[in-house]
Design a protein around this ligand. Structure first.
Ligand code: KG4
Length: 338
């Protein structure tokens, strides 16, 4: 029996999960509310909150799983990328517990974990996993990448953003509309009531499979600036149409490159991962591509779209079985090349 405790603390969610023999037993997340007043994550506040949350979160994950500390086989933790102060809390905790229990540690690349979230099984009969090689669109607050996934450990980034991430484009445009942080979910909700064809926004022309969202963001800002001169209530009167047009453009940009990559590589299994994969328009676009292009699509349950420890435990489970352990002096890394 292999029981993996997964710990995630890369940004502003403190999370712990237990996976036994590949099946998820518990998945606990404590999201930090303290950042809402600041329009973004404040790193120092995040690491302090992780320190307060980590013991109760791990305790709850073990209790929910019905697992005692002495039954844990190995501890998997997020080593990076992420906020250094936040990563240090999870890494130090994993080291302390691994040393106290005299069990191995497995370090996990957070981005690999988002992709491997598609392999989390909630029960024995759950067999809806992608087959290698597949493509994964990883879209979050910090990343927009097209990844060619050749195996659990062999992943190649074939395209990525050269400036802002898709989530950042949602959040920054939402911020200038006064929609709060994180703005992605609010844009998604308002977009459902709006006309996506009302406003035309600039689409980038970038080589290959890479993305760019800064031009789109600037064209959105200029549109607001020009219209607000004519009518100070422009945003309030048009926020649904603004959100629908913004969302439609971001999704078209994402799907155009992904479709091209799938065609060039002749791959029909296509997954989406990361926080922005919660977006209803993007999920619909995936379903639509499945019908139009014969793709088999993998869309994660909402609980696995944002940061969670189930995906860390799952990745740790694969690495544990490869004997791929991590030394006690492993330091976290804030940035990573896959
Ligand atoms: O993967 P994630 O939880 O972590 C970070 O990379 O920080 O992604 C967070 C991002 C944020 O930019 C948030 O606005 C976006 O995911 N997001 C969404 C939706 N839900 C979360 N963006 C668009 N529509 C959503 N429904």
């Amino acid at each position: 029996m292999t029981t993996i405790l997964g710990i995630e603390s890369s940004c502003d969610d403190t999370a712990a999960a237990v996976i036994r023999d590949g099946i998820l037993l518990s998945n606990i997340i404590s999201s930090q509310k303290v950042h809402e007043n600041y329009g973004g994550v404040v790193p120092e506040l995040a690491s302090r909150a992780h320190q307060q949350n980590i013991i109760p979160v791990v305790d709850q994950a073990l209790k929910k799983a019905g697992v005692d500390k002495k039954d844990i086989t190995a501890i998997a933790f997020t080593r990076g990328p992420g906020l250094m102060g936040s990563l240090l809390v999870g890494t130090s905790f994993a080291k302390g517990l691994s040393s106290a229990l005299n069990i191995p540690m497995v370090d996990v690349n957070h981005l690999h974990a988002h992709v491997l979230a598609h392999f989390i099984k909630e029960n024995e009969s759950d067999d809806n996993q992608p087959k290698f090689p597949f493509l994964c669109l990883l879209v979050s607050g910090g990343n927009s990448q097209i990844i060619l996934v050749k195996s659990y450990k062999d992943m190649e980034i074939i395209g990525q953003t050269i400036d802002d991430a898709a989530g950042e484009a949602f959040d920054k445009c939402a911020k200038v509309m006064g929609l709060g942080y994180p703005g992605g979910p609010v844009v998604d909700r308002l977009a459902k009531e709006g006309n996506p064809d009302r406003f035309k926004l600039n689409k980038p022309h970038i080589q290959g499979y890479d993305y760019s969202f800064s031009g789109l963001k600037t064209s959105f800002l200029y549109l607001l600036r020009d219209e607000l001169k004519k009518d100070p209530d422009f945003i309030e009167k048009n926020k649904e149409d603004l959100c629908a047009s913004l969302q439609k453009t971001i999704i078209e940009v994402l799907m155009d490159k992904l479709r091209r990559a799938a065609k060039d590589l002749d791959i029909k299994e296509v997954a989406v991962a990361g926080g922005v994969s919660a977006n209803s328009g993007l999920r619909n676009a995936f379903e639509d591509h499945a019908k139009r292009f014969g793709w088999k699509v993998f869309i994660p349950p909402f609980g696995y779209t944002t940061d969670n420890a189930a995906m860390i435990a799952m990745t740790g489970y694969f690495k544990y079985h490869d004997g791929d352990f991590c030394p006690m002096d492993a330091a976290p890394f804030s940035r990573v090349v896959m």
